[in-house]
Each structure stands twice: as structure tokens, then as C-alpha cells.
Design a protein around this ligand. Structure first.
Ligand code: SF4
Length: 414
């Protein structure tokens, strides 16, 4: 018996694959990740990376299908407004299972099944019908296995937690995203470049590093999620006499209403204060974004500007527009190596407004070149989310574990 398992995500796969192994000990099991419905692409990658990690953990061979989003979108055209479990979902199942069947034929499988059957939110009979329909007269048998019963769902959640898997909070497609998350979809769909704190890009980076550390280097990893006050800049501009002054926005600056015109009042140290809107300008030796070391709670609008503009900024009226956003966000820290290691070095997972941050290649190089020290317990690495916003990941880790993070490994352009 050769069994091709269509895999939709790691949480649905982890218990399902384990049960298949127990129930079909003689079968050759092959995984096929096929999710062209997932939107946006970063979410797709996150689900794939976690599936790869799960399959490696379980020793299951895994193939990745094509991300043919346009084909999938065309197939559900006209059914965008359907509720979940409606006609669009039936087409979505047919689409994914039909292409999984084609792959099953290619690898010579005798049986086909899908981890979608494990999902608590999916209609079991709809999936069963879809699977049986696509396999009809093909010589490949569809296995409609209900592993949710008898505590299977609880076991699935337990194993997901144990493996610290990424758990999505919507089914996957853009239509489901709008329906399931209502007005809160903006941050799922917008990308600002780099890996902003609390973003999908930051999470994807952490998961990619974990996959590499665990499966390529054999390092033990642990991950902790935490909630924090997230801050993002949507747009900001600083002008003097109609000329744009190159600047970055200081983290936790509040928005400015409309266009603010303000005159300098005084300069204290390297900070120029203005007469309106609480505006401040921080003069820097040179223009580059920098992580906020500690959040002092002050959220008056503030810009970072190179010292070369000091004279004009202390004399002239400035015009400022600024839109920022603050709300609770979620990030995580990843420990690679032992919690008892002699030294723990922190590495930022997020990038700054100017996109500076450690690249995946540089980090892989760092890990592999110091592997022996990590294995001997002389050092461990802590990949920290939300570092640029008050070193939040580090603080969470230190509070949670009582360990001090010894030093910080700095940034490069990704
Ligand atoms: S809600 Fe889920 S199952 Fe339904 S169409 Fe979207 S991705 Fe497919």
C-alpha cells in the first residue's frame, strides 16, 4: 500500500500522520503539501515551513505542490461571497484533491487521503464526497478517516503545542480571511518590507531559522510567544520650506492630525522641541534607524534626523505629516541550544525601518560556524522578536526564564 496524504497545514497533519503510521504500519506514506488557496504568500510559506518541520520530526517524505493561486482564484470565481462550508469550500476541496490525485498517480500511490479531515471547522461529509468523487474509476482509493473522534482533536492540539507549531487564525483564502477576521484583515494583507515586529515576515523568519537549526544542525529549540504593544508607521514626512528632510520616525510616536506646521522653541541636548503637537526632532550623528532600547511611555510625534540639518531645523518652521498605528501584537523568541548554556547571545529577528537586520544566510553561517560551542553548552542563541521596539523579546525571555542575555549580535542588511 502506498498512501499519498494531501497536507493542508502542520497542526492538522501532526496527529493525523501519527495515527496513519499506527493504523497502516506496512504502508509507505508520502506527504503532499498543496495549498494554492492560501493568502497571502507569507502565510502560505509559514504553513509550509511548519509542515516541513513536522514531517521531518515524524520521518515522513514531503513534496510541495505548485502555488497556483491564480488557477485556484479562477476556479472559485462567482462564489466569493459564499459562507464557510458553502459551495466555494466544496470547489476548493475538489481543486486541491484533484491535483493531489494527479500527484498520487505520479508517485504510484494506491490510496489518497487528506489532513483536511482533521480540521474541526471542516464538514467531514463534504470532504468524503469530494475525495470519493475525484478518485472514482481511477484505481486509487480515497480514505475518509475520521481521526477527530475519541479525543483526536484534543490530541492534535496537544501535539501542536508540544511541537510549538504555528497555529493559523483563519482557514486560508482571501475570502475566508475577510469573513472570519472581519475588519481586522489589513495587517494580514499589507507588507511594509523587511520584517517589522509582530509581522508575518518576522514569524516566518523565526520559523525558517528553527527549521534549519533543528533539522540541519540537530539543535534543540524552544519558542515562547508573547503579546506586546506593537507600533507601525504608515506614512511620515518632514519638510522645511517645501523641501523634504530625510528622516525616520521614532518608535511609539503618535500620529499627527492633518498637516502640522510648527516652530522650534528650544534645543535640549540633541532634541529640538517645537511649539505645536508635542513635536520633537532627535538629531543623530548620521541618518539611520536605531532600535528603541527602552520605551519611556512618551508618544509625542518624533523624528530622527541627521545633525547636518541642525541649523535649519532650529531656525525654520517645519511641516509634518505622520500616521502611525499602535495596538497589541504578538511575537516570539526562539532559543537555540540549552537554556543552561554558559552564555546566551541575543539576535534580533525583526528589522528596522531602514530594513537593516540579520539575513537568513548570515544567521545560518553564524549557527553552523559555532555549532560545536552550542552543542557543548558553552553558548546558546536567542532569536528575539520585537527587538527594535524596546528590546521586548529579550525582556520577555529574561522575565520568563530568569536567565540574562549576555550580549547582542548586531545587524546587517537582509
Ligand atoms: S474558506 Fe477555506 S475551505 Fe473554504 S474556500 Fe476558503 S480556503 Fe477553501
Amino acid at each position: 500500500m502506498k498512501l499519498l496524504v494531501h497536507i493542508c497545514c502542520a497542526p492538522d497533519a501532526v496527529y493525523f500522520l501519527k495515527r496513519l503510521r499506527e493504523d497502516y504500519p506496512q504502508a509507505s506514506i508520502v506527504g503532499f503539501f498543496y495549498d494554492p488557496n492560501i493568502h497571502p504568500y507569507e502565510e502560505y510559506r509559514l504553513r509550509y515551513i511548519e509542515t516541513e518541520r513536522t514531517c521531518r520530526e515524524l520521518g515522513i517524505e514531503l513534496y510541495e505542490g505548485e502555488y497556483d493561486l491564480e488557477g485556484w482564484l479562477s476556479s472559485v470565481r462567482g462564489y466569493e461571497e459564499e459562507p464557510e462550508r458553502g459551495r466555494r469550500c466544496a470547489i476548493c476541496f475538489d481543486y486541491r484533491l484533484l491535483r493531489s490525485l494527479e500527484f498520487a498517480k505520479k508517485v504510484g500511490a494506491t490510496h489518497l487521503t487528506t489532513t483536511l479531515l482533521m480540521s474541526p471547522k471542516k464538514e467531514f461529509n463534504m470532504l468524503k464526497e469530494s475525495g470519493q468523487k475525484v478518485c472514482e474509476n481511477t484505481g486509487i482509493e480515497f480514505l475518509a478517516l475520521d481521526y477527530r473522534k475519541g479525543g483526536g482533536t484534543q490530541e492534535m492540539f496537544r501535539l501542536s503545542r508540544e511541537l510549538e507549531l504555528y497555529h493559523q487564525d483563519y482557514c486560508g483564502c482571501i475570502y475566508g480571511l475577510f469573513k472570519q477576521k472581519k475588519g481586522e484583515v489589513f495587517w494580514d494583507l499589507v507588507s511594509f518590507g523587511g520584517r517589522p515586529p509582530g509581522s508575518k515576515e518576522e514569524m516566518l523568519f523565526i520559523k525558517e531559522v528553527r527549521l534549519y537549526a533543528e533539522t540541519e544542525l540537530g539543535l534543540s529549540c524552544r519558542e515562547w510567544d508573547f503579546d506586546f504593544l506593537n507600533w507601525r508607521v504608515l506614512q511620515g514626512k518632514l519638510e522645511v520650506k517645501g523641501q523634504v528632510v530625510p528622516s525616520f520616525v521614532r518608535p511609539y510616536s503618535a500620529s499627527v492630525r492633518g498637516l502640522l506646521k510648527a516652530d522650534p522653541v528650544e534645543k535640549a541636548g540633541n532634541v529640538i522641541y517645537y511649539n505645536k503637537g508635542g513635536l520633537r526632532i532627535f538629531l543623530k550623528e548620521r541618518l539611520e534607524d536605531e532600535p528603541l532600547e527602552d520605551f519611556d511611555g512618551i508618544c509625542s510625534p518624533a523624528f530622527l534626523v541627521s545633525k547636518e540639518y541642525e541649523e535649519v531645523l532650529t531656525k525654520e518652521r517645519v511641516s509634518v505629516s505622520l500616521q502611525t498605528h499602535m495596538e497589541p501584537g504578538r511575537s516570539s523568541v526562539l532559543l537555540m541550544g540549552s537554556l543552561q548554556a554558559k552564555d546566551i547571545y541575543a539576535i534580533p529577528a525583526d528589522t528596522l525601518q531602514d530594513s537593516r537586520g540579520l539575513s537568513l544566510e548570515a544567521l545560518k553561517e553564524l549557527l553552523s560556524s559555532s555549532l560545536e560551542e552550542v552543542l557543548r553548552g558553552e553558548r546558546a542563541y536567542l532569536l528575539c522578536g520585537a527587538y527594535s521596539l524596546g528590546r521586548t523579546g529579550i525582556k520577555y525571555f529574561e522575565q520568563r526564564t530568569g536567565r540574562r542575555v549576555k550580549a547582542l549580535l548586531c545587524s546587517q542588511t537582509p
